[in-house]
Design a binder for this molecule. Structure first.
Ligand code: FAD
Length: 465
């Protein structure tokens, strides 16, 4: 391997779960790795923040599939994997139905049979169809067509099967059915899981592992440019300083990587045509509510998918006039010993609804978001207003500011982005992309697993070099 000070085998731009996992897997393989992160902490969207009154808020720790346990055990540590625990109470409440579930295959099959009166053959047919879906399948069928095939005219069934996945990866009924099938099946395996100790502990543990594996981490290092020569990467420029590397892996937004870091002139016209057709995924709004020290919330479930909309509609999920909210209730058990409760309400959102507001309009819209969220919460936590002593909101503007994702995208790009992300190293030697892309490779599990896939490709490339 090369002298660390002069040149790295690998430079990773961005410390989200994709970048972190990729960096760690390559360092475990013996390569010298430099990770440059623009923020003052690692984690990307897997983040948290502290506020006075002893509050800690998790931004994206609402739930992930059991597969995260295996990924963490194999590519991080047993200690990290052992802190992953199941959420038991997932609740749906909307005008079409209201019940609690453990959100796994056994319970979803039971609900489809007993609550929605679907016959067993159709249920089994649906589950085996989605279970067998993979990336190499026919991609022309949409999720809408998949549901119409198995549950024609049953908007209520579609809502139960689709609404949580739309929250988990921003997918809509018009996206390819495989983007739904793969993610839904991952959740249906064993249910929804979380990290006991909170995002802060997870990232602290990951930092310790990176340190053990000799990954050089530089925070507050914003990459401006990826340097190339004769069709190969040579390094990056961050805050005006040049770092040299044999390979560069960008965990930043795919479109910023191609258009801003490298520049469209470095690619052929056909490729740029494909790049220009890539759509970004939606963004999010959140309201963070901290319960006063000493006050309690009775157990009402861990994750509440609530809606006042009569029917499920993908577009309405992103509307600024919010009808659907996911409440994550954090009981003291998430951070044993703290005895604090907090609630985070999340909704999908369109960046353009928020981007062009004047400062005054923006303030008003944020205040409206907070007030209407409190109104909605009172149905489930009747004395919420009196017991909350910290409240604030994040909007698509907030997500853009902290992660630099174009349009504050929460889940990278739509499906067409995945092919372009995978083709990058064929266009410029040593240039790779990892992290949220193509719907499938998003969320904690998707981003981390894509980190491993890309690390394997980088490993092969470096060994060939
Ligand atoms: C509100 C919300 C709730 C969510 N809830 C869940 C959930 O419950 N479960 C789940 O599984 N997923 C959830 N997600 C999605 C999940 O958090 C993300 O898909 C995943 O964390 C993204 O990881 P990533 O590797 O793509 O990188 P990101 O987290 O997007 O990180 C990219 C990193 O690159 C850095 N970067 C960008 N540009 C530069 C630059 N020029 N120089 C240096 N660094 C740069 C950024 O600062 C950032 O740290 C949620 C997302 C949002 C927004």
């Amino acid at each position: 391997m090369v002298n660390r000070k002069d040149k790295y085998d690998v430079i990773v731009i961005g410390g989200g779960l994709g970048g972190l996992t990729c960096a760690n897997r390559l360092a475990m393989g013996g390569f010298s790795v430099l990770l440059l992160e623009s923020h003052n902490k690692l984690g990307g969207l897997a983040t948290w923040f502290n506020r006075k009154g002893g509050h800690i808020f998790d931004v994206s720790l609402h739930g992930f599939p059991v597969g995260m346990k295996k990924t963490c055990r194999k590519y991080w540590s047993k200690d990290i994997a052992d802190s992953i625990v199941q959420l038991k109470g997932i609740r749906f409440d909307n005008p079409q139905f209201s019940f609690s579930t453990t959100f796994d295959k056994v319970d979803f099959k039971r609900l489809l049979r007993e609550y929605f009166n679907i016959d067993q053959e159709t249920i089994d047919g649906f589950f085996s169809t989605v279970r067998s879906m993979n990336f190499y399948d026919d991609q022309s069928m949409t999720t809408r067509e998949l549901f119409e095939k198995f549950f024609p005219g049953r908007n209520d069934v579609v809502r139960m099967l689709m609404e949580p996945i739309a929250y988990a990866n921003g997918s809509t009924l018009d996206d390819p059915a495989i983007t739904y099938g793969i993610v839904f099946s991952n959740f249906m395996d064993k249910g929804v899981f979380t990290f006991r100790g909170g995002t802060d502990l997870l990232i602290q543990k990951m930092e310790a592992v990176l340190n053990e594996n000799d990954v050089d981490v530089k925070l507050k290092a914003k990459v401006e440019k990826v340097l190339t020569k004769n069709g190969k990467v040579t390094g990056v420029v961050a805050n005006g300083e040049t770092f040299y590397g044999e390979t560069v892996i960008s965990n930043a937004n795919l479109l910023s990587t191609i258009k801003d870091f490298v520049g469209t002139d470095s690619f052929d016209d056909d490729f740029i045509k494909e790049v220009n057709n890539i759509r970004l995924n939606n963004s999010s709004c959140q309201v963070y509510m901290g319960i006063k020290k000493g006050e309690k919330i009775d157990y009402i479930g861990d994750l509440l998918f609530t809606s006042t909309a009569e029917k499920f509609d993908s577009e309405m999920l992103c509307s600024k006039e919010i009808t659907s909210r996911t409440f994550s209730i954090y009981y003291p058990d998430i951070r044993p010993g703290t005895d604090m409760y907090s609630i985070v309400a999340s909704t999908n959102a369109n960046y353009d609804d928020w981007a062009h507001l004047s400062e005054e309009e923006y303030k008003k819209a944020k205040a409206h978001l907070i007030e209407t969220t409190l109104d909605a919460l009172e149905k489930y936590v009747p004395n919420a207003r009196e017991n909350i002593d910290y409240i604030d909101a994040a909007t698509p503007r907030t997500f853009k500011r902290y992660t630099h994702h174009l349009k504050g995208s929460s889940f990278g790009t739509k499906f067409e982005g995945l092919k372009v992300s995978m083709e990058l190293p064929n266009k410029i030697g040593g240039l790779f992309h990892t992290g949220s892309v193509g719907i499938i490779m998003s969320g904690w599990l998707g981003a981390a697993n894509y980190g491993v896939i890309v690390a394997n490709n980088v490993d092969k490339y470096l060994r060939k070099c």
